[in-house]
Ligand binder design. Sequence first.
Ligand code: PLP
Length: 452
Amino acid sequence: MERIENDYVFHRDLKKEYPIITHGVGSYLIDENGKKYLDACSGAVAANLGHGIPFIGEAMADQAKKAAFVHTMRFETKALHQLAETIGKMAPDQLNKVYFTTGGSEANESAMKLARQYHRDAGRSQKHIVIGRWQSYHGNTIGSLSAGGDVKRRHAYTPNLLNYAHVYSPYCHRCPYDRQHDDCLSNQNWTCVTDIERTILELGPENVSAFIAEPIVGSQQGAVPPPPGYFEKVRELCDRYEIVLIIDEVMTGFGRTGTNFATEQIRITPDIITFGKGVSAGYAPLAGMIVHDRLIEGLIQNSDGKFIHGYTYSGHPVAVAAGLAALDVYKRERVLDNVIKQGDYLFNRLLELKQKHTYIADVRGRGLLIGIELVRDRELDLLFDPAEKAADRLNGIAMELGAVFYPGAGSIDGTKGEHLIISPPLNAIKKEIDEIVRILDESLTIFKSLER
Ligand code: PLP
């Protein structure tokens, strides 16, 4: 067997070589050959403040020197309480208790398990099924993968997945239910909502534990916001059938879409918000969930206050120090204002690019979470065959030119096109936005010349 010299890393793709990054400066990553990459997607929409902020690094080092690890089954730190309080105060009024994990997948696992335990201990013991959405990603562990709709990632593990149900999320630009948004508005009959109710009734409401959704769909569709009113209707259904509503803000949380949580924009109070990525601006693996008082009261009354769950690294002191420092920087640097200003500017620049390139069929998103849909021909509404990996190839060209985006594949059933997410650090400046648009423009031109 061919053995690559000195390479012990189990790469994500064993046939690929990846640039070795030596350091980062602001919105740029620099590799061992000195090549600079403008990080137009904040890594995996996580490095939300860019790289090399001494204040965050020093806070982490200080904590590591004091107490590197504290097992939260027996001890806690002051910093843990401070971070939970800061996050609790940013969340909707009745969501006050914060539970920490290391990653977003674990956060969603925790939320789905909490929903199940909450129901079981209240005597609704059959409730166990989670309803998710096909255009959604909630993580890669078996439970979170079962709830999400990433067909490519699910496929190999189908026999291992849990028996969860799925509906389509609203995507009015290319409605998976083949409806026109104006018709839905005029007769108030939204198939994307009635299908949820149909699914609940088919499964039996007594069996359905939770509904999970991203407030703005991220990696599975490319920054697609819901039509106004959608989540209010979902909330009503969850109330009617006693279903825990989990809003996955792993990608959208902590200012990415122009508000602390995108939940503020969808105008509902969820039962659980999960978060990750931006909470530590990518400086440490940190994530978690914020839980509604009602569920906490249920746990106190019916479960003797105990959540039957836990991870070794829950509330890890160094990660918590990173979180506290990152949230401090967001606040001090008035990052939310910048997201709105640069987000508007980027959105408009992308609309200009759409005029020039017929590959771009749609520009959408909120704040600095913006997506473009890529199609073979906008006028003919001709999608790329997903096997062509158009978004991946376009991103490859952009990387050669010195910028990295977050590509996503279309679906074989034509319910979504290829996409690219453009999500620079939340403190990006206008010059960097211009550079992102310039490189994307050039990449699309090169892409077109290669297609001929
Ligand atoms: N939920 C959403 C919306 C995500 O975007 C992601 C990661 O991309 C996850 C959950 C999973 O998070 P992690 O990769 O930290 O486990």
